[in-house]
Design a protein around this ligand. Structure first.
Ligand code: GLN
Length: 550
């Protein structure tokens, strides 16, 4: 018997006035609320920039690259989507202009347009609509967020495509939500609706009448203001929703619910559900707002000025805090500062040290200094990806006496490349053997996405996961060099996680330490507020125990 595919309804989310209004979070929160209503949801981000994917983009400019199970390097908003909902996302949930154009131009070169003139309308817009239709049948509701702000030149084909999409699919199955800004002007002592009016005017000029407005404000919008926005923007008053600034981002779904947003969405989409089960979110916010304990964690990184580049990491630490009823205070320390500064002083008041992933030489010696400090002073240590590689280098240099030990990424000629470039590796998911060398492009030659790992008994990893087989997401080119495995193990490095064939080292530890664990994968991509990742949970726990000891 053929299983009947679900008829999917589509919610499109656009942004107005300016960026950074929290459109991605709003989309994720809507997803969460609809799941609380018992609906299944999926999510997609359409990004107007020309890069084919964010994989090669500088995190300084664009924030973290979020990696999915299938190895897609995506926009960080997909991280919000996966954290707030149970949607399983991948390649088909993030498209950029670059990717859309790439596929249209490839078709043109192959002669698939039969010599016709290839144009933005209909060819690019058709390709965009095809990407959106790719979600059909996946869930009851697909939430599609358009990156950028109305009026951006690059974004126009996407806006045009969603206008056409509603025409194709029908009004009953589509909804337009516009996230806008209602600033509070101190000098005037009032909030201003004009930017919102302009933004909606611009949307309407393209042919889109928003059904719901999410007005980002610092203050509550009263009835009179909502009526004014309603009148000028042609949106019913009860569809003008306040998106007020909140203390924790996990409060957003609750706030939207109190504003009646989920009820309004279901009414407009013609969907009936029972009352929402929002208790888990209430419980989460309660825990976040009144924690019993407090712990300070240092993150030793390169992009320290921009917490956006460590988004998932930051959230995972917060989740680890929730699991331990603890507030987690994060101090971002620039690794380069450690090289020239006083390590003791810079790390004096922290209860845990975390060295996250990263690329490039800048700051790596500072990271190694922080690792030595954590190892010697027995401060809980958590290394992730580059952090794991540097923990291995640190151990090789300072415990195993290999003073020239390094990663091939930073010393091409070292005879002690404890971290090396693996020329070939097997992907058990696809059965494909990947090949690369020093000359390979940086895009597309990384070990990406979810890979299985087997855990060694009686280790920190075993204690945390409590099971033998796990899957975690990767994004790196370099690996632990098996040539040095015996030597390092003899000196006390514990290998607590490997690939099933035992060729790839995935987790290392130091046993004679309260908690010292470093993993080649990125656990931060799989932590959820309701189900904190076990490694973050145990790292924070160790930090609290250390704090208690002080
Ligand atoms: N630069 C290292 C590598 O490519 C680590 C990457 C990372 O931390 N994500 O292997």
């Amino acid at each position: 018997m053929e299983i009947e595919k679900k008829k999917t309804k589509y919610i499109f989310i656009t942004g107005g006035v300016l960026s950074s209004l929290g459109k991605g979070l709003a989309a994720a929160a809507i997803g969460a609320l609809l799941e609380c209503r018992g609906l299944t949801i999926t999510m997609q981000k359409l990004d107007p920039y020309i890069n084919v994917d964010p994989g090669t983009m500088n995190p300084f400019q664009h924030g973290e690259v979020y990696v999915t199970d299938d190895g897609a390097e995506t926009d960080l908003d997909l991280g919000h989507y996966e954290r707030y909902t149970s949607a399983k996302l991948g390649q088909k949930h993030n498209f950029t202009s670059g990717r859309i154009y790439h596929s249209v131009i490839t078709k043109e070169r192959r002669g698939e347009y039969n010599g016709g003139t290839v144009q933005v309308i209909p060819h690019i817009t058709d390709e965009i609509k095809k990407a959106i239709h790719g979600l059909e049948g996946e869930a009851d509701v697909a939430i599609v967020e358009i990156g950028g702000t109305i009026g951006d030149i690059e974004g126009q084909p996407f806006i045009e495509a969603i206008r056409q999409f509603r025409l194709d699919v029908g009004r009953a199955d589509t909804l337009f939500i516009h996230v806008t800004w209602v600033p509070y002007l101190k000098t005037a002592g009032e909030v201003k609706t004009k930017p919102t009016q302009h933004s909606v005017k611009e949307l309407r000029a393209i042919g889109i009448q928003p059904d719901i407005l999410l007005c980002r404000t610092a203050v509550e919008l009263n009835k009179g203001l909502k009526q004014k926005i309603s009148l000028f923007c042609n949106v019913p008053t009860d569809a003008v929703i306040t998106a007020r600034d909140v203390d924790t981002i996990y409060e957003v779904p609750l706030h939207f619910h109190n504003e009646g947003l989920d009820t309004k969405i279901l009414e407009l989409l013609g969907v009936w559900t029972g009352a929402p089960k929002i208790e888990p979110w209430q419980e989460l916010v309660r825990k976040l707002k009144a924690p019993m304990h407090k712990v300070t964690i240092a993150i030793i990184g390169k992009y320290v000025d921009l917490t956006e580049s460590y988004k998932s990491l930051h959230e995972s630490l917060v989740h680890g805090g929730v699991a331990n009823d603890s507030q987690v205070d994060l101090v971002y320390i620039n690794a380069e500062e450690l090289e020239s500064g006083d390590v003791d002083e810079l790390l004096a008041d922290v209860h845990g040290i975390l060295v996250p992933g990263g690329f490039g030489k800048r700051g790596v010696e500072g990271k190694i200094l922080a690792i030595t400090y954590a190892r010697e002073k027995k401060i809980p240590f958590f290394g992730i990806c580059l952090g794991m590689q540097m923990a291995v280098v640190e151990f090789a240099r300072n415990v195993a006496g290999m003073s020239k030990a390094n990663s091939a990424e930073f010393d091409k000629d070292s005879k002690a490349q404890v971290i090396y470039l693996m020329k070939e590796w097997f992907d058990p998911r696809t059965g494909v053997t990947h090949v690369r060398d020093e000359e390979s492009d940086i895009g597309g030659t990384m070990r990406l996405g979810s890979y299985p790992c087997e855990i060694t008994k009686k280790t920190f990893a075993d204690k945390a996961y409590g099971c033998k087989k796990i899957d975690e997401r990767h994004r790196h080119r370099f690996e632990f060099n098996p040539e040095f495995r015996d030597k390092l193990e003899k000196k006390g490095l514990v290998i607590s996680g490997t690939s099933a064939d035992n060729n790839l080292v995935e987790i290392v530890e130091i046993a004679d330490h309260p908690w010292f664990l470093a993993c080649q994968f990125h656990p931060e991509f799989k932590s959820r507020p309701m189900t904190p990742h076990p490694l973050f949970r145990d790292f924070i726990k160790a930090g609290l125990e250390y704090a208690g000891k002080e």
